[in-house]
Design a protein around this ligand. Structure first.
Ligand SMILES: [Zn+2]
Length: 749
């Protein structure tokens, strides 16, 4: 494998030296010794000064929820009123120093003597006010209380009295829970949500001192509902943009209604709901971000389908894109959240900790969760120490974990409508298509140690985009004319972009355009419809192999004329001086026929443009996704080289050292934090973490704003101060060792 020094040796003869020495190691395999050599001898990427620090905020002026640092929940079962020791439950969460606990009101089963019709009492309640006793025990220990409801399911007697409450199949039959067929699914467009749910909320308000209202199980996450009831059958067809808009409008209407009910109790109360779903979300995330006082991410752990270790930090980036500093909280399951799962058995402690690490690193507030007091406090108790130890550690460093602003110079447009509604290209229809695309660009950005944020497609205003040197558009197929215009304005103002494949080929209604919405900006013209792969995918031919003028995106490619292309591509009309051209695909078997029918074409495999400070790169292939499904290092190198070229190799934070990691950098009230998540682990892409494999030294460099001085640099896991060097506002220090996670907390003067 190449490291930075051998890469430089190999490429120095082929490319201009000034460009070569700016290259970064895409595989991050430097040894400690090599890092030292580099620090002493070779120039590193251009460090761009951080912006002036934000003005100080008096925490006392913030809404109370902004000061929540730890959240706890024992998810109560119907049997818990018969067996749960309320004092033991409250003592545990108090010992974990949580600021707030979730207590179940529910809606499926009442945990208090509810008088709301069809709010069935749990069969072990026996008239007892279990909810009220729990609230009192929490309040006695100065913990706030979230009143937790579930509006998604109800019982047969409710269905008989209110057939209009049910979600319906096409044949008119009611939809039932796949696991418990006695429970029907309630329709969010029905009066169940307008009458039944508010009745419970008002009953709770009238009886108890709760701090806010919350619904679990609604709105849907990652998928849109498919209901054919009398109301829904009059709505636009499910799965269309028009339906998504109606769905979002209804969600926000109910959200505002419930929020107003919460505020009937006290003005600083609010309503919030279970959210998450990463880049897919559910309702439009831009709209949600505007109404939500608290973003609750139900992203509890890895599954076979969501196998990458960064599932939680990816959610954190989504939240950061839409909340403008409002609180985001992510649930970590202490129980086994796999499929199949064990809701009353503890998860691997290393996996629990990594999920909590990612929560903190990505700027969210950690929330620890176990199901069932009966088993959680009796049969399997292992999760308890993990939570108490972890939260005990964070308590010492609350000021450093409260983030104010992310430090990043690359914006990745997440394309929520594309993620939810676009079915993939005609040649590769698949629900996983955009998931693979996102994972591909995410993995590539981590391996290149780039500092990036997510950007929502409905938030492309100049004042949001101006902080980014470049925007990446990984197959953001659906973009409105207005969004295309905003991206054009961003480039006009000096920004750079990298786009791929069907980006802007569809409008916001998934209506295919005759040509790309960004065609003029990118200088591209679609010549034919998408071409897939039949056996052997296409190649990209290097047009100036071995010559001194080779383009910087080709750095490191020697001794080859061909690079892998991608699985699918859109044939483009020829451009002037293409850097890569398409060698069309052919069969893989039989090998006798595995050769190109045409070995040289004028069809571009990449289109590059420069205009003032702006650089634009467009790949006609689905390069990010193809990288993800093949792992081909050439595609990774091509992506890294291209991102470095469009950003002019500028960085806002530079972390050098061995290992595969995710990095977050934040401005905080005391100063700055640099978070290093160690993913150098055989379990990073599948399964749960069994063992940690620690990393050696990591050298961090940041360029601080004018006149900012450094008081201390402390590593919070190791618990010690580090020596640091500050010269010409460039701060440099070395984190000696990273176990699963380390946080360098910089305190400034
Ligand atoms: Zn319906």
């Amino acid at each position: 494998m190449l490291n930075r020094r051998t890469f430089l040796k190999a490429s120095a003869s082929a490319i201009p030296m000034a460009t070569a020495i700016d290259a970064l190691d895409p595989f991050s395999t430097l040894s400690a010794q090599e890092t030292a050599v580099e620090a002493n001898g070779e120039p590193a990427p251009k460090l761009i000064a951080l912006p002036q620090r934000m003005p100080a905020i008096d925490p006392a002026t913030q809404p109370w929820q902004q000061r929540i640092r730890r959240v706890g929940q024992t998810n109560m079962t119907e049997h818990d009123p018969a067996v749960m020791n309320i004092e033991e439950w409250a003592d545990y969460w108090h010992s974990a120093e949580v600021d707030i606990v979730y207590i179940s009101v529910t809606g499926i089963l009442a945990f208090y003597p509810s008088k709301v019709p069809f709010h069935r009492h749990g069969k072990f309640l026996n008239g007892r006010d279990f909810f009220g006793e729990c609230v009192a025990a929490a309040k006695k220990r100065n913990m706030r209380v979230v009143a937790r409801m579930s509006p998604d399911l109800n019982w047969g007697d409710a269905l008989e009295a209110h057939p209009e409450w049910a979600m319906r199949n096409k044949d008119g039959s009611a939809q039932f829970s796949s696991e418990e067929p006695r429970l029907f699914k309630t329709c969010m467009f029905s009066t169940y949500m307008d009458d039944y749910v508010p009745a419970i909320m008002r009953e709770i308000n009238s009886l108890y001192d709760v701090d806010c209202l919350y619904t679990n199980g609604w709105p849907p996450i990652g998928n849109l509902p498919d209901c054919h009831c009398a109301v829904c059958s009059k709505l636009p067809p499910v799965g269309t943009s028009a339906y998504w808009r109606v769905f979002t409008d209804r969600t926000l209407e109910l959200w505002r209604k419930y929020d107003a009910i919460a505020k009937e109790k006290k003005p600083d109360s609010f309503y919030f709901a279970n959210l998450g779903g990463n880049v897919r979300g559910g309702p439009n995330l831009d709209g949600l971000g505007k109404v939500a006082a608290w973003f609750q991410a139900d992203n509890q752990g890895r599954t076979y389908a969501e196998a990458a270790v960064w599932g939680c930090s990816l959610q954190g980036r989504v939240c950061n894109a839409i909340l403008d500093g409002k609180i985001a909280v992510n649930v970590t399951a202490g129980y086994s959240s796999s499929t199949p799962g064990w809701r009353n058995a503890s998860k691997n402690p290393g996996e629990i900790r990594m999920w909590l690490n990612e929560t903190l690193a990505s700027g969210m507030t950690p929330y620890y969760h176990f199901v069932g007091a009966e088993n959680g406090f009796d049969e399997d108790r292992r999760w308890q120490k993990t939570g108490v130890d972890y939260f005990g550690w964070t308590t010492k460093h609350d000021a450093h974990f409260a983030t104010r602003r992310s430090i990043a110079n690359i914006g990745v447009v997440i394309g929520q409508s594309t993620q939810l509604l676009y079915p993939g290209p005609a040649t590769a229809r698949s629900r996983a298509y955009m998931h693979e695309t996102t994972q591909g660009i995410y993995d590539a950005l981590l391996r290149g140690r780039f500092a990036f944020d997510f950007v929502h497609e409905d938030r492309l205003e100049p004042d949001r985009l101006s902080r980014y040197r470049a925007l990446l558009l990984p197959n953001v197929a659906m973009l409105s004319d207005r969004q295309c215009e905003q991206i054009g304005n961003y480039v006009q103002a000096g920004g750079s972009i990298m786009a791929s494949f069907e980006t802007s080929l569809y409008d916001e209604n998934l209506k295919q355009r005759a040509n790309f919405g960004l065609q003029d900006l990118l200088g591209i013209h679609k010549a034919e419809n998408v071409v897939g792969t039949n056996g052997n995918a296409y190649y990209a031919r290097i047009e100036t192999p071995g010559q001194a003028q080779a383009h910087p995106i080709l750095e490191g490619f020697t001794n080859t004329n061909w690079l892998p292309g991608a699985e699918n591509r859109i044939p483009l009309a020829p451009v002037r001086n293409p850097v890569l051209t398409v060698v069309p695909g052919f069969v893989r078997y039989p090998p006798e026929l595995a050769y190109p029918p045409t070995s040289h074409t004028n069809e571009p495999a990449v289109v590059l443009r420069e205009s003032g400070r702006s650089r634009m790169a467009y790949f006609p292939g689905d390069i990010e996704r193809t990288y993800w499904i093949t792992g081909h290092g050439d595609l990774l190198r091509l992506l890294h080289n291209t991102i470095r070229w469009i950003t002019n190799d500028e960085r806002v934070v530079d972390v050098e050292g061995a290992g595969f990691m995710e990095i977050f950098c934040w401005e905080t009230a005391p100063g700055y934090t640099v978070h290093v998540l160690n993913y150098t682990n055989p379990d990073a892409q599948h399964g749960w973490i069994q063992t940690t494999y620690p990393l050696g030294p990591q050298t961090v460099r940041l360029k601080l704003p004018q006149s900012v001085k450094v008081k201390s640099v402390e590593v919070l896991q190791a618990g010690k101060n580090l020596p640091f060097h500050l010269e010409n506002q460039i701060l440099q220090f070395t984190i000696p060792r990273v176990e699963d996670y380390e946080v360098a907390a910089i305190t400034v003067a």
